[in-house]
Design a protein around this ligand. Structure first.
Ligand code: HEM
Length: 536
């Protein structure tokens, strides 16, 4: 029966008449599809404007690698549109140049814009599952569900003791060796996240953890704006040989792959090895104990060991360089704006140092230091570290202000343009912390900057942790030292804008504000070291 039927069927399929019919159906299908696409293109609203692209390459060669955010802002003015459209090799991207557009799309319509593009270059760099790069889906939700709770505003208080400790060590380190102030800053940022993630301590300025974190930060920082390499635009190019001159980014990815692998593997293995002096509790110890307990009870482990490794590395990678670079920026703006430094110092002096028994700042002082907080806000605004944000991607077709945003479009957020919008911020290139004060207090009533930590459902989970770290170290710094230009006045190179905004190790001078404050700082750190010695 089966044989009969199948012979009958094959004879039908192979008969010339049927072949012609099938061919006709195929042609009809293709024509209908093309007609539908044509009709859709005619009836759907136009795409957002943008500069004309080249025939085959689209906008590939038009967008500069250096300071692309400034070019996008200029195009937004030229084309009189806060949303711009670009494409290349079938990849489409839009750039949101206003806060209104970012809030409307990424927050109000957040469910459609919470995906990420495929980061092909980062895949080449060997990342484990990492919240920041994961596509919207079950794996992403699982990672966010595990990673977000410890960093909410109400729970970050648990890290304050460690943040204060590292702030004191950082400021003492800067005064002990002002020439090498950048190492003290890097140590500060790494120590906080390494402890949270793995329970590991950074014991000296030569610690291997500082080196590992620096290497991974460099690997990411210099890899260009996320999802902008030729491999991200045209994924098949990842299989081309690296010696081709235009495959520079693939060469880069392969050269730096070790840095991502090391930061993911080495602290993890150290933390879980039985001979490790890791003190815990930490993210890794907590997740590993859940994992082992499930395994013992034959229960499924949805969060695998690979997931734990990736998530732990995410805390360190996402939280380290962002914090140290912002602290470097704080130093830069303190030395460039001595009057702001003086004003913040007098706020601190009034609260704690000009009293009969002066003391160093603690977390409970921070709510009473509003100007110090405005210095941080102004630092966020004037030079956002991710000037184009980390790209989101859309999951369905949408229309915004009469412009089509097709499904699968990559969405960059031009945070730099938003923070420099002259209709919101007067003198946008000037560092003016007072701008946020109400007019009746001598300010300009301008809004605090938004967008430095992203938007909508992908917003940074570490915002409150970072803010606490930065405010406490800034307060201790203002209380204990004067930050100034070096003796010859030459600060050196401050920035590189290749893809991301990278703060370079510029020169600065640091001197203790008084014998008394220096003594207090030294004593505080000595106490910490004594307590460590007793605990061992
Ligand atoms: C000044 C410090 C920081 C800045 C400026 C910053 C900035 C950002 C930005 C712009 C994003 C992208 C958000 C989006 O796509 O809309 C992001 C995401 C993220 N940040 Fe931060 N960040 C900082 C500190 C931290 C810290 C301390 C942690 C560690 C807990 C952290 C963990 C993350 C993670 C895991 C994501 C990915 C979120 C997701 O894709 O769902 N960040 N951050």
């Amino acid at each position: 029966m089966f044989l009969f039927c199948s012979r009958d069927l094959s004879s039908q399929i192979l008969s010339p008449m049927t072949t012609q019919n099938n061919f006709a159906i195929l042609i009809l299908g293709v024509l209908t599809y093309l007609a539908f696409q044509f009709w859709r293109a005619r009836t759907r609203p136009p795409l957002p404007p943008g500069p004309p692209g080249e025939v085959l390459l689209g906008h590939y060669r038009l967008v500069p690698e250096d300071a692309a955010f400034k070019k996008y802002a200029a195009w937004a003015t030229q084309y009189n549109s806060d949303v711009l459209y670009f494409h290349t090799f079938g990849t489409k991207w839009i750039v949101l140049n206003s806060l209104n557009a970012a809030i409307e799309l990424l927050e109000k319509r957040g469910s459609n814009y919470a995906d990420r593009p495929r980061f092909v270059m980062f895949q080449e760099m060997g990342w484990s599952p990492t919240l920041t790069w994961l596509r919207w889906g079950p794996k992403y939700h699982l990672h966010r569900k595990v990673l977000q709770p410890p960093f909410t505003k109400s729970r970050v208080g648990q890290y304050q003791a460690s943040q204060l400790r590292e702030a004191l060590i950082c400021c003492k380190g800067i005064l002990d060796d002002p020439e090498d102030w950048v190492t003290a800053v890097r140590r500060f940022a790494v120590a906080i996240v390494l402890k949270i993630s793995y329970g590991l301590e950074v014991n000296s300025p030569d610690s291997q953890w500082i080196k590992l974190a620096e290497e991974s930060a460099e690997a990411i920082g210099k890899s260009g704006a996320p999802a902008s390499s030729i491999m991200d635009r045209f994924p098949l190019t990842r299989y081309l040989p690296t010696w081709l001159s235009f495959m520079e980014r693939l060469r880069y990815a392969r050269t730096w792959r070790h840095a991502i692998e090391d930061i993911t593997r080495i602290p993890f293995e150290t933390a879980i090895s039985s001979s490790s002096p890791a003190s815990g509790p930490s993210f890794v110890h907590n997740r590993m104990s859940i994992h082992s307990s499930n395994t013992r009870q034959n229960l499924p482990n949805d969060f695998t060991i690979e997931d734990i490794k990736g998530a732990a590395a995410t805390i360190v990678i996402a939280g380290n360089d962002t914090t140290s670079a912002t602290l470097m920026l704080l130093v830069l703006y303190l030395l460039k704006s001595p009057h702001c430094q003086l004003k913040a110092q007098s706020e601190i002096d009034n609260l704690l140092t000009s009293h009969p028994s002066p003391r160093l700042p603690t977390f409970s002082d921070l709510p009473h230091l509003p100007y110090t907080n405005l210095i941080l806000q102004e630092t966020y605004r004037i030079n956002p570290l991710s000037p184009l944000g980390i790209p989101h991607a859309s999951t369905t077709d949408d229309v915004y202000n009469g412009m089509s945003i097709p499904k699968g479009t990559i969405i960059y957020q031009n945070v730099w343009a938003m923070n420099h919008d002259p209709s919101i911020y007067s003198d946008p290139d000037q560092f003016i912390p007072e701008r946020y004060l109400p007019e009746d207090q001598g300010g300009r009533g301008e809004p605090l900057p938004q967008g430095n930590f992203g938007f909508g459902r992908r917003i940074c989970i570490g915002k409150h942790l970072a803010e606490n770290s930065l405010l406490i170290v800034l307060a201790v710094m203002l209380a204990t030292m004067e930050v100034d230009k070096p003796g010859d006045g030459e600060v050196g190179e401050e920035w590189s804008f290749r893809g991301q905004a990278i703060v370079l190790p510029f020169r600065a001078s640091f001197t203790a504000r008084s014998e008394e404050m220096r003594r207090l700082l030294d004593e505080a750190v000595r106490e910490l070291e004594k307590a460590d010695g007793e605990a061992e």
